[in-house]
Write a new protein. Structure first.
Length: 334
């Protein structure tokens, strides 16, 4: 096992490191699937799914890796983001079905903005009221955030009921592009593009701005940063709010992807989200993106090649990655 691990490390390091793992997975799948059109359709679907998982997982990774907070209530932001966005879209049905892509875009933007705003406010409340009293106490964090998740799920049941909620899509995102024998769903291409844009924004903020520098410095030496006159607690509240808003946006996009949502949606997705965070490495945006793409591709490829193994594919992937790299693919360097 050690020799195999060393060989794999050397090979990947020579050709670009762990960043090329999704490419390697895609190439193996291309050989196994055989049909280029099916492979391309599955690849696009996997990348789109990966980007939506990235949005939901990036906030959890930041909060977990940078603030050392085990937030099992993260799924509440995903679920509420989905239902808030779906409610706004339902109220703007005339704009969604209009032939004008401008009206379609405005309706979609309004729904996403509503989900993000809810995530920001809910994140502030959650951190201030629930998380702050249990900093540095992981056992109490687990218990209190699981309790908050249950309360949030019941709140969704009270406001929206237990019947599956139908989610409308904007007219310009309906249908597929047909290129030869390949069918690419427009919404999936849109989800990939938006997720990539959010990643670029997060990477720039955390690595190229003063705020990002202060956040990372606050994690490494909080006392020194506070001695320089900066309020680290406010920075961490901002990180938590950002993570909550990203989860809400991810939930809103997933709602449009599934087109039918239930109050249990967030809880069901949290298992996959935690797998993404663990695979990528705690506190690493780049690692979270890499883990999300790996999970998205594997889920679609395995679902096509061996449907009975589809549910277990993510767990198998996590075990394989952790046996090779116990800290994840690209853990944050502290």
């Amino acid at each position: 096992m050690r020799r195999l691990t060393t060989t794999l490390e050397t090979t990947l390091g020579r050709f670009g490191g762990v960043n090329l793992l999704p490419v390697a997975v895609a190439l193996v799948a291309f050989v196994l699937i055989g049909a280029p059109s099916s492979w391309l359709t599955l690849t696009v679907a996997g990348l789109a799914m990966g980007m939506m998982l990235f949005l939901m997982a990036s906030g959890l990774s930041l909060v977990f890796g940078l603030m050392d907070v085990l937030n099992f209530g993260h799924s509440a932001f995903v679920s509420f983001g989905a239902f808030v966005s779906a409610t706004v879209l339902a109220g703007m049905g005339a704009w969604l079905t209009a032939d004008s892509w401008v009206l379609n875009s405005l309706a979609l933007a309004a729904s996403y903005l509503a989900a993000i705003c809810f995530g920001l406010v809910a994140g502030w409340f959650f951190e201030t009221v629930i998380i702050k009293p249990v900093y540095r106490d992981h056992l109490r964090q687990i218990l209190i955030t699981i309790g908050a998740m249950i309360v949030a799920e019941q709140a969704i049941l009270a406001f929206w009921g237990g019947t599956p909620f139908s989610v409308a899509r904007p007219h310009f995102l309906e249908g597929s592009w047909i290129i030869g024998d390949v069918s690419i769903e427009i919404y999936r291409a849109f989800a990939f593009t938006l997720g990539a844009a959010v990643f670029v924004m997060l990477f720039f903020v955390l690595n190229r701005t003063r705020i990002g520098l202060l956040i990372r410095a606050g994690v490494e030496d909080r006392e020194m940063v506070e001695a320089l006159g900066f309020r680290v607690d406010r920075l961490f509240i901002g990180v938590f709010m950002l993570g909550s808003a990203l989860a809400a946006l991810g939930g809103a996009m997933w709602a449009g992807y599934e087109t039918l949502i239930t109050p249990h949606m967030g809880a069901e997705l949290m298992i996959v989200v935690f797998i993404v965070v663990i695979i990528g490495g705690l506190g690493s945006i780049e690692g979270t993106l890499l883990g999300a793409i790996m999970v998205g591709l594997m889920s679609n490829y395995i679902g096509f090649l061996a449907p009975k193994l589809a549910l277990a594919s993510n767990m198998i992937l996590m075990v394989a990655i952790l046996l090779w790299r116990p800290n994840g693919l690209r853990p944050a360097v502290k």
